[in-house]
Ligand binder design. Structure first.
Ligand code: APR
Length: 249
């Protein structure tokens, strides 16, 4: 993998990094992406599964789907790309990981400074009283979990289409994008806003934008450098370069 001299020298000195990740970073762990040939949305209808009205119309179907995804996530592990970002966080003074993923794999890989733009599939809450629910189980008998306090419907703590992002999370992401010297966008098709606007915000503030993806995306013409390849191969390479060159300072 060849990288520019500019990126080589940035990796040696940079202290402020912001990273945006999408479904592609979890692909090598066995989590399906959304778009593309085998993407979830090529088989399933987001309007039937990932919005509030669909949930109210058929909570059983929506829970069946989220429970199916939870079971997949519980049987897989973070991959080398997730681990590389957890290491990157240790190497620089200022680091923010903004993820569109709800799969909790960044947290399991050891990342700490995470902003979950679209929520987390491991959390659920009551739509009536707002109480967070622990250890939600979907069974043949109990196809739709209910709140232990008010018996209200429990829903996954994820952002569905047409819903606003969790309070303060996107504002913190914009702040991190504005402050960083290096912005990495990894495994996202960059078609869903407002997340896809973050690399542009960072670029407007003078940051150097690097995209890691197996193919070009909607923002490839905007970024400073596109590294075509699998995140699980490209990110560990960038970390090795950082570790080698930073020790030589
Ligand atoms: N390494 C790097 N990139 C990869 C890999 C890989 N191993 N495998 C796939 N990709 C790339 C694809 O080329 C694609 O550009 O990851 C991207 C995944 O794009 P999407 O499936 O559109 O996922 P994402 O960008 O995260 O979607 C954004 O849309 O459906 C909503 O809420 C959902 O958070 C999601 C949002």
């Amino acid at each position: 993998m060849t990288i520019s001299n500019r990126l080589q020298s940035l990796l040696k000195h940079v202290e402020s990094v912001c990273v945006l990740t999408g479904a592609g970073i979890s692909a090598e762990s066995g989590v399906a992406t959304f778009r593309g040939v085998d993407g979830l949305w090529s088989k399933l209808k987001p309007e039937e599964l990932a919005n509030f009205n669909a949930f109210m119309r058929n909570p059983e179907l929506v829970w069946e789907w989220y429970d199916y995804r939870r079971k997949i996530i519980h049987n897989i592990k973070p991959n080398a790309a997730h681990e590389a970002l957890a290491r990157l966080e240790e190497l620089v003074k200022e680091f923010t990981l903004v993820t569109q993923n709800i799969d909790n794999l960044h947290r399991r890989a050891g990342s700490k400074r995470i902003l979950e733009l679209h929520g987390n599939i491991e959390r659920s809450y009551c739509i009536e009283c707002g109480k967070f629910a622990e250890n939600i189980e979907v069974t043949k008998e109990k196809k739709v979990p209910r709140c232990i306090s008010c018996n209200g419907l429990i829903r996954p703590d994820v952002v569905w289409f047409g819903e606003i992002l969790p309070e303060g999370v996107f504002e913190a992401a914009i702040e991190a994008a504005r402050r960083c010297e290096l912005f990495l966008t990894v495994g996202t098709s960059a078609v869903v806003y407002p997340a896809a606007g973050l690399p542009i915000t960072a670029k407007n503030q003078g940051a150097y934008i690097v995209e890691v993806n197996t193919e070009r995306t909607e923002i490839s013409h905007i970024v400073n450098e596109t590294l075509i390849g699998k995140a699980g191969e490209v990110l560990p390479c960038l970390i090795s370069i950082m570790e080698e060159t930073r020790n030589k300072k």
